[in-house]
Design a protein around this ligand. Sequence first.
Ligand SMILES: C=C(O[C@H]1C=CC=C(C(=O)O)[C@@H]1O)C(=O)O
Length: 429
Amino acid sequence: MTTLRLDGPVDLAQHIPADPSGLFFHRGDGLLARGEALVLTATGEDRFTDLSQAFQQVSAAATVDDAAGVRGSGLLALGSFSYYAASERPSRLVIPRAVLGQADGCAFLTLITADGEDPARGLGAADGRDPSALLAELFPTADAEASAADAPAPPVPHIEVASAHTPAEYQALISRAVDEIRAGGAEKLVISERLDARSSDPVSIPALARRLAAMYPMTWVFRVGDVIGASPEMLVETEGSRLFSRVLAGTRPVADGGELTAEDRDAFFHDPKERAEHEYAIRSVTGPLEAVTEWISAPAEPFVLRLPGLEHLASDVSAKLRPGLTSVDVAGLLHPSAAVSGMPRADADRINRTIEEQDRGGYAAPVGWMSGRGDGQWAIALRMAHLDPEDPHYLVLQAGGGIVEASDPLTEHAEALAKTRPMMRALRG
Ligand SMILES: C=C(O[C@H]1C=CC=C(C(=O)O)[C@@H]1O)C(=O)O
């Protein structure tokens, strides 16, 4: 495989291919992928370590020519894990054929050919080619005409939405969760709702990802396999020994263009119910990290992260990772955090699964990428939808929230629906 450095920064959002095999970006930096040189899959309890090891074996045998030497350059896999170990949906790492990436404004192009394959038969042969010509060939910019200011706006698609439950049914599920907590089954649960969305026009992945990135710049926009979304929560990011995690739990919905008043934000910040939810989530990240890090720095108090439509209690945790673990290994150690499962984890997930009655697929599970060096970024697949490979008109949105003893079913229902709004807004264009 070869990584070529490109002249100057690129606007990644303008280069998204029609059907990317993966994309992951945040504030202009990130990765766009085309094709599949190799797909690794795993199921079961050991899916994280199995995929981490399988990719490390591929990486050890690869011939790597990396002229960029930045985050995400060189050999790389994008991946989406399944939430439950028992899920029938396999977790996957995709080693793409071509990657357009950018890290701190340094843009690069990576071309990967599978073992025994003639490089000239790949997506593009790097030998002697001008990197900018390769960029134009492999990742052409979005149709200039369509984005011209005077071009007629594309018609707004009609989106038909059907919730899996009526409001009364969903609120009854929340009441059941509260009853389970009162009966001592768990201290915190996380219950989610699914919404079927049918679009009058086929959903355009590049357009959807571009809108998510433009409307929610503080999130990590992703598409890998059947999941697409814009997550505000970073389960783990590693680069060498540097480890970062953004933990979210505790939410107040607001109007899309609005925000909480100073008084309401203060009440939110000090609300014991929200702080308890947040505390569980922090402990579920810092606890497992103790065994694999030299030090951990977690703030004494969260901050309020303001997103369009929602405000969250957030804490940025950093740590020094001991050698020997990849970013996928750490993601496996932390998944599922109490932000998406509850506390204690195993009891919470058993009850969540019974109440939700359905497998979560890739919802609330790690999505991201890992390099041949083991570094990577694994966001939690939230504010998302599952795509249907057979039907480009159809998606299933999923979102939920943490439930503690003091939770109110109506408020929790409103919160879950507010969390589906990013995807709904981006779908509507
Ligand atoms: C479970 C979700 O959100 C989590 C992340 C942030 C805040 C949350 C909350 O306040 O309940 C949830 O823990 C979701 O978006 O589906």
